[in-house]
Design a protein around this ligand. Sequence first.
Ligand code: NAP
Length: 249
Amino acid sequence: MSVYALVTGGSRGIGRATALRFAREGWSVVIAYREKRGQAEEAAREARRLGAPEAYTVQVDVGDPGSVSRMAMEVSKLVPHLNVLVNAAGILQLGGIEDTTLEEWEKTIRVNLTGVYLVTRALLPLLEKAPWASVVNIASIAGETGNVVAGIAYAASKAGVIGLTKRLAVMLAPRGIRVNAVAPSFVETDMTKSFLDTPEKRERVKSLHPLGVILKPEDVAEAVLFLADPAKSRGITGHVLSINAGRRT
Ligand code: NAP
């Protein structure tokens, strides 16, 4: 039976690399994007070229319940079931407690944390229709340790994703659905480009990582595939896999 995976944030960065990694496994993919439709369609074409039997794009604002409901309805017309959901959509927020406005706080929590709740809830019926299913959430090292450049709302949102992952894993285990997360350190994407746009900045990021590397979206995608695929991780649920090149704080 065909494997179907939906990736939010699939138009760019970690989500795109994950969708393409799934395509190379021969899985069909649904690439969800917020506004970069052209990039999402290009990713879908690339997914088909790499081996996805089917590749679709859907638009969604993960923080908007109405938009998420419409997306779930659209997806239910495109695919018979979903085996894999990857919640990769996210926004970065910088700033400490005095310079984070309430508006900025609420927007970050809404997209990064409420978005995971809304999308998972809306797609649960399609996950339950599949013979096997798993959810992989993209958390962050910012949710594990305070010693990061990200702001307070971002760190809180990603710690929330970790808590949600662990609780959902227990709740959905009786229904045969595994729920795990990855927690990457700096990964080279649009989100982090302002931290990596000079040789000096790149050296600084490398020096944060004992392995001396800058992580790539493909490094995360490989770990997401591991957690998503029951042939690789059947016995793992409620786990947070750190992808941090050895960074501990
Ligand atoms: P990115 O390159 O900036 O891509 C962000 C993706 O999220 C895009 O596909 C974007 O869609 C989508 N998105 C943003 N807001 C959305 C919304 N309201 N509704 C639906 N989709 C939305 O980011 P990235 O670096 O790949 O990050 C992916 C995930 O990894 C995020 O959750 C991020 O927090 C996490 N992460 C990143 C790093 C890092 O160093 N890069 C480290 C740890 C964790 P459009 O293209 O349509 O705008």
